[in-house]
Design a protein around this ligand. Structure first.
Ligand code: CO8
Length: 260
């Protein structure tokens, strides 16, 4: 697949999407979003891909958010279009039935952080910086940030970050629970690859069902969510992979899961 604004690679069951618009710190414009959506469709269709990684080119930025220059003279209709574009992208990441790891290699600001929060796992380099900086240009987070950030870290800290537009370092983001872990900058690629390979070695149907239960279950009552879990458990229990996992345990060997 040929892309202009992203680099799309596949190996060892892992698909890596690298935002590649360094002259604008990997800011999202319409073309970037369309290319990422296209790559996500390919990941969805490719049975060999078990995990996706989303990152930015270089060490300066994961993404500096939505393209601010494209906002000059923006009217309500255009703003709605821009908001919908980000919503589509975040939903596609969240609804992908495979785990997505955001490898935060630098600035993740505004829409950049919102996109990272729609991923399942976030691993940051120690030089990464994050913030919901929209308030600094007179905006609010419009790609789910007012909703995903408080769900991730609680209302108290979410309001602090959204009201001040403050940029925090990777360690603070880890302490707040925005990122899973922080690694030395020169080790980010390797750490993310190892994490991805670990997930890729697990049973794909179980991962898919667990992802959906965690995301959808937190939006409904505990009773309803537990009922969903019961149904999900039934689905996973009917897979060949469960039998493989049980046999491997009994035979004291490593299981080979097929996603069936
Ligand atoms: N959009 C477009 N271009 C950008 C963006 C951006 N978000 N961020 C940086 N750039 C460009 C700069 O304009 C500059 O280009 P040029 O050389 O042509 O002027 C180039 O990238 C390098 O940037 P800087 O020179 O500014 O680099 P610094 O190291 O000095 O600063 C910062 C780095 C701190 C990251 C700084 O660039 C910055 O503050 N960027 C803006 C970050 C930001 O506020 N992002 C939030 C954007 S709003 C958003 O994402 C809203 C999402 C929801 C939209 C809903 C709409 C309704």
């Amino acid at each position: 697949m040929e892309f202009k604004y992203i680099i799309y690679e596949k190996s060892e069951g892992i698909a890596t999407l690298t935002l590649n618009r360094p002259e604008a710190l990997n800011a999202f414009n319409k073309e970037v979003v369309e290319e990422v959506l296209q790559a996500l469709e390919d990941i969805k269709a490719d049975e060999n891909i078990r995990v996706a990684i989303l990152t930015g080119t270089g060490e300066k930025a994961f993404s500096a958010g939505a393209d601010i220059k494209a906002m000059k003279g923006m009217n309500a209709l255009k703003a709605r279009e821009l908001s919908l574009m980000g919503e589509k992208l975040c939903n596609a990441l969240e609804n992908l039935e495979k785990p997505v790891i955001a490898a935060i290699n630098g600035y993740a600001l505004g829409g950049g952080l919102e996109v990272a929060m729609a991923c399942d796992i976030r691993i940051a380099s120690e030089t990464a910086r994050m913030g919901q900086t929209e308030i600094n240009i007179g905006l609010i987070p419009g790609w789910g940030g007012t909703q995903r950030l408080p769900r991730l870290i609680g209302k108290t800290k979410a309001k602090e970050l959204i009201f001040t537009g403050r940029i925090i370092d990777a360690k603070t983001a880890e302490q707040l629970g925005i990122v899973n872990m922080v690694v030395p900058t020169d080790k980010l690629k390797e750490a993310v690859r190892e994490f991805a390979l670990e997930i890729a070695s697990k049973a794909p149907v179980a991962i898919k069902v667990a992802k959906s239960l965690i995301d959808k279950g937190s939006e409904i009552s505990l009773d309803a969510a537990i009922a969903l879990e019961r149904e999900g458990f039934g689905v996973v229990a009917s897979t060949e992979d469960l039998q493989e996992g049980v046999s491997a345990f009994i035979e004291k060997r490593k299981p080979t899961f097929k996603g069936k």
